[in-house]
Design a protein around this ligand. Structure first.
Ligand SMILES: [Zn+2]
Length: 101
């Protein structure tokens, strides 16, 4: 058995732990990278699904809006002083009897 010099002792005491720490760090890095990669892929897939839903969604929404649109028309009317029936104000003659308003 040869004499164990201080350099060999240093290598044995320091280099080996450093190497094992580096290996552990490499493993952690690989695991973290894999987890991040999977999370990103899942997010991308979710975004794709949302995009598909967004592409399919607008048509029914528009239809619903059109169906729910209520056309309200107000016509001002007045009572004819000749026949006493209701006739639109904007007309020049009574809609019932034709009398000039
Ligand atoms: Zn009238």
């Amino acid at each position: 058995m040869g004499r164990v010099g201080p350099l060999e002792l240093l290598l044995e005491r320091v280099a080996l732990p450093i190497v094992s720490v580096l290996v552990a760090l490499a493993w952690i890095g690989a695991i973290v990278g894999f987890v991040r990669f999977r999370a990103r892929r899942r997010r991308e897939r979710e975004r794709e699904a949302v995009g598909h839903r967004a592409l399919e969604a607008p048509r029914p929404e528009v239809r619903v809006v059109e169906r729910e649109k209520i056309v309200e028309r107000q016509v001002l009317v007045m009572r004819c002083r000749f026949c006493n029936k209701l006739t639109p104000v904007d007309g020049t003659a009574c809609a019932e009897c034709g009398a000039h308003l």
